[in-house]
Design a protein around this ligand. Structure first.
Ligand SMILES: [Mg+2]
Length: 421
């Protein structure tokens, strides 16, 4: 750890040599850096996630349709043998991204064998220079397709999506109640958080601190320092408490606020500095004892490798939509497991995100003890034979039927029209 910090300081000093006539590449070339050993992580990254052994014949993609009704997007995939899978997209962002789906993702997969899915993920990233769009703009459309593909494959062999990903480690998932009352005073926030937690009987909660990507401005001023002690006082010692700054702070302020969380025995501290401040995230992690959580905005596997390899994070939070699906997210979870870290995936509120997240978590051996809960979507009419899809005493049962494990009302699907963009 200390050597990483020294290296960072030395590189910063080298950056100050402009005007000396020495090219920085020459200087850097003359001072070889000790290489960190990430060989174990690279080995994990090369291992497949899906067990394709039950699929003895090619699963050739006949059609991929993007369907829309209002702001709801469905993806339907059909194979030449008549198998079918459906997914619901992350609608909040798909309303802006659907041309990327229809032009840059959909055409690549027609006629391909889905048993080759993990290689196809690598190829579509390069297809039409898609890597230039590496962020949720590319990954959400691809994840939308992947979830329909997993639904299709699960239905073919009578396995849930979780079972396709591996052994089921968590058939039931304990939830933490996520709260967002940023903008309200500490006094008002604490009452609202309590009301929200009572509704789900969650044994863990998360709330927002700082002003969100605000360079240390609180919202309203003074809220965070009042609220941190107040939440512990109100909920007592048994409550598991997480706080999320959404990249509110610079390094020094992030450390100062983190020490306050430590004083009140908080359980993790999410995105203390902006997500792409990688060396600064490491600096905060080294200065604090409280585990640092992050990764919901991270689009790059290579950057997750860096964050995990250097222990800049202690809890990884890939978003299964924003990061391009469950296969990629499982690789992040595996790297984290290799370094003794937990995975607590992030999920945004729209569509059936919570359902995909639950299937993913069910198959993650190193899943954290509590998972994000933002309420269930009641707008998409569906039935589920294997779960009430509600939080009972803070726990939700993961559906165990084939594929996604729910039946979306066919009449509702019929209302959607084909998107041609
Ligand atoms: Mg967050």
């Amino acid at each position: 750890m200390e050597s990483s910090r020294r290296k960072f300081i030395r590189n910063a000093a080298l950056a100050g040599i402009a005007g000396t006539g020495i090219r920085s590449s020459q200087v850097l070339g003359a001072t070889p850096q000790p290489k960190s050993d990430f060989a174990d992580l690279d080995k994990l990254l090369a291992e497949p996630v899906l067990d394709m052994s039950p699929f003895t014949r090619p699963i050739v993609v006949k059609s991929i349709e993007l369907l829309r009704f209002g702001d709801n997007f469905l993806c339907r995939v059909r194979s030449t043998d008549g198998a079918e899978g459906v997914s619901v997209s992350n609608n909040l962002v798909m309303t802006h991204l659907y041309p990327i789906f229809t032009r840059r993702v959909q055409p690549f997969f027609i006629g391909k064998d889905l048993r080759d899915w993990e290689n196809l993920l690598e190829e579509v990233y390069v297809y039409e220079s898609n890597y230039k769009m590496q962020n949720l703009a590319f990954w959400v459309p691809l994840a939308t397709l992947e979830f329909a593909v997993l639904d299709l494959m699960g239905k073919m062999v009578n396995r849930s999506i979780g079972q396709l990903l591996g052994e089921i480690h968590h058939p039931r998932i304990a939830v933490y109640q996520a709260n967002n009352y940023r903008g309200k005073s500490a006094e008002e926030s604490i009452d609202l958080i309590e009301k929200h937690v009572n509704e789900t009987q969650a044994k863990a909660l998360k709330f927002k601190v700082g002003g969100r990507m605000s360079h240390n401005r609180d919202f309203p001023p003074g809220r965070t320092e009042k609220l941190i002690p107040l939440v512990r006082e109100r909920f007592g010692e048994d409550m598991v408490i997480y706080a999320d700054s959404n990249g509110s702070y610079t390094t020094d302020e992030a450390i100062r606020i983190g020490k306050l969380m430590e004083e009140y025995r908080y359980d993790f501290y999410e995105e203390p500095v902006p997500f792409d401040w990688y060396p600064e995230t490491l600096e905060v992690a080294q200065a604090l004892i409280i585990p640092i959580a992050g990764g919901e905005q991270e689009p790059s596997m290579r950057n997750f490798r860096w964050l995990i390899g250097h222990r800049a994070l202690q809890i990884v939070q890939p978003d299964i939509f924003y990061f391009g699906g469950m296969i990629r997210s499982m690789k992040v979870a595996r790297m984290a497991a290799a370094r003794g870290m937990e995975c607590t995936p992030h999920i945004s509120g729209s569509g059936l995100g919570y359902l995909y997240m639950m299937h993913f978590v069910s198959a993650v051996p190193n899943a954290g003890p509590y998972h994000e809960f933002k309420g269930f979507n009641k707008e998409i009419p569906l039935t589920c034979a294997t779960s009430s899809l509600s939080s009972e005493n803070g726990v939700v049962q993961v559906p165990s039927g084939p594929g996604l494990g729910v039946e979306i009302d066919p009449a509702y699907i019929q209302k959607h029209i084909l998107v041609n963009a």
